[in-house]
Design a protein around this ligand. Structure first.
Ligand code: FAD
Length: 426
């Protein structure tokens, strides 16, 4: 059986952050990084906007401001981002504050989907040069904690320290793992909302500020804005009993690709479930499956013009006249959001859109498309035993799947924090 000092599951930013930190500070330690995908993947492939402002991407239940800032500085000094300019902030911020809305100014770099891919290639080549073993297309299954053995679909691997960083897509894997290992966790929060697609000229703020972060009342916010060469995409999810649903998402290519004149962003409401406590993941899956039922196996899309009139969008009426651009996710089903989105979410999202249209007039043009659902599952909150995200002896859980991050930089920082614990011999 192969044995390594450190085994890392997941080659996303959390796994990479840990691998680079350990291999830099203790090159003698043997490291194995595995990923179930046949190519090195993870969130750096998706648009790759990197935020360098506290607390963006850092859940405040596991990070203090002082820790977050100091780890963010370490991430920045490693990644050396090329930060984008922001202009005319005072105008938008003034309009927002009059409405009780906050505009966060975020230091951000944007590589785009193609730029992210190039970065991954460079990073994995550098890890290989350092002697880190990278095994792709290998899926972690379970852990035999007493023997310190990870069982994958190919073999058994011994470890001294194990870092599980399977991301949001590994939510169920992590949940099963925590149940098997007796690690207590809470999963009671989820973000639910829509992906908004519109002509870039109707959301002109993106020319001044690439990814504007607005915080609206009722825990609703803009998230992950894309422009220049922007596309809406769908991500596949499979429920525990095998049912398939899709969440909308968005990305953009780097500035080197021709612009398509469109922009998109998510408007999300955070829903925290209390008594009787239910799983956020189960709730989200039910909503996703319901949307898929109504959309004939696809996400739903509705033009704002139809939404205002209270009528469903149809394939025949979806384009032409005021509806003057084609959707970039044409497989979405024209339909009626009102049949699927929970009332409380829909009210908060619509209210936020009205406020946003006052701050950046044009957002609520009749042609604007609302895609549903966009759901973020990242709230598996394990009970940690120490500051380095150790949840069981020698086992650390990090990244978006473990609720220690909500973005690339936070995930990278969580990986470094786990590495710190390992290097300190905790
Ligand atoms: C479409 C899209 C766009 C995004 N855009 C941005 C953005 O612009 N900026 C930003 O900050 N964040 C963005 N995010 C979020 C960002 O991707 C995540 O916050 C970040 O990648 C989390 O890092 P992670 O290392 O925790 O997980 P991930 O990056 O998801 O990596 C987890 C890895 O673990 C692997 N894995 C899972 N289970 C197993 C298993 N059982 N065995 C082996 N391997 C496994 C997966 O294949 C994956 O490669 C985006 C996400 C998506 C989906």
């Amino acid at each position: 059986m192969d044995t390594f000092d450190v085994v890392i599951v997941g080659s996303g930013p959390a796994g990479l952050g840990a691998a680079f930190e350990i291999s830099s500070r203790d090159p003698g330690r043997s490291i194995l990084m595995i990923d179930k995908e046949p190519f090195s993947t993870g969130g750096l492939r998706n648009d790759c906007k990197m935020n360098f402002t506290w607390p963006i991407g850092f859940p405040e239940n596991v990070w203090t401001e002082a820790d977050g800032l100091s780890y963010l500085a370490r991430v920045e000094s490693f990644l050396k981002p090329d930060l984008m300019d922001r202009r005319n902030m005072d105008i938008y911020a003034r309009r927002a504050s009059k409405l009780g809305v906050r505009l966060l100014e975020v230091r951000q770099a944007h590589l785009g989907t193609d730029g992210g891919l190039a970065l991954i290639k460079d990073l994995t080549a550098e890890l290989a040069r350092r002697g880190v073993s990278i095994s792709l297309g290998e899926t972690a299954g379970r852990v035999e904690a007493e023997g310190r053995i990870l069982v994958t679909d190919r073999r058994e691997v011994g470890y001294r320290d194990l870092i599980l960083a399977p991301g949001r897509g590994g939510f169920s894997f992590l949940r099963h793992m925590m149940n098997d290992l007796g690690i207590p966790f809470q999963d009671n929060a989820v973000d639910i909302g829509v992906r908004v697609e519109l002509k870039e000229e109707r959301y002109a703020i993106v020319r001044d500020y690439y990814d504007p972060k607005f915080l609206f009342p009722k825990k609703t916010r803009t998230f992950c804005t894309n422009s220049r060469c922007a596309h809406v995409v769908q991500e596949k999810y499979v429920t525990d009993d095998g049912r398939i649903w899709y969440s909308a998402n968005g990305h953009a290519y780097s500035a080197s690709r021709p612009a398509n004149g469109l922009a998109n962003f998510a408007l999300l409401k955070t829903v925290t479930l209390t008594q009787p406590l239910a799983s956020g993941q189960d709730y989200a899956s039910m909503l996703g499956v319901q949307a898929s039922l109504i959309g004939g196996g696809h996400p739903i899309m509705q033009r704002v013009g139809d939404f205002r009139l209270g009528k469903r969008s149809t394939r025949e009426g979806f384009s032409g006249d005021l509806y003057d651009f084609e959707p970039t996710l044409p497989s979405a089903c024209p339909g009626d959001l009102g049949l699927s989105v929970p009332a409380k979410v829909l009210r908060s999202v619509w209210n936020a859109l009205k406020l946003l249209d006052t701050i950046v007039p044009g957002v609520l043009h009749p042609s604007t498309i609302l895609y549903y659902p966009e759901i973020k599952l990242y709230a598996n909150r394990p009970v940690f035993r120490d500051d380095s995200f150790q949840a069981a002896p020698g086992i650390r859980l990090v990244g978006d799947g473990a609720g220690t991050s909500r973005g690339i930089t936070g995930a990278w920082a969580s990986g470094i924090r786990a590495a710190d614990g390992i290097l300190a011999g905790c």
